[in-house]
Design a protein around this ligand. Structure first.
Ligand SMILES: [Zn+2]
Length: 87
């Protein structure tokens, strides 16, 4: 193994760590926005539609009380709150 191989292995490892961190950040941002499906006005977020981007897709939710729109990277299910963690 030469030093070039080692460098590419290290780069690959760094990339994996960065992607994992980005995923975690996106997930926590999602959860903060989602706020267990409760809007700051006290209404519930209702699923509106999914929007496809080039590499990802977002899911639009709208508050049933004030009409505030949030965009999430993952689908949230109000009926089965813990479903995400069981999978
Ligand atoms: Zn609201």
């Amino acid at each position: 193994m030469n030093s070039k191989d080692e460098a590419s292995i290290i780069m690959g490892f760094i990339m994996i760590v960065i992607i994992a961190l980005l995923f975690l950040i996106m997930h926590s941002v999602d959860n903060a926005k989602w706020n267990n499906g409760v809007c700051s006005c006290g209404g519930r977020y209702v699923y509106e539609q999914s929007v496809g981007h080039r590499y990802t897709s977002s899911h639009i939710y709208k508050c049933d009380k004030c009409g505030k729109i949030i965009e999430l990277d993952s689908i949230k299910n109000q009926e089965v709150e813990d479903d995400e963690y069981k999978r």
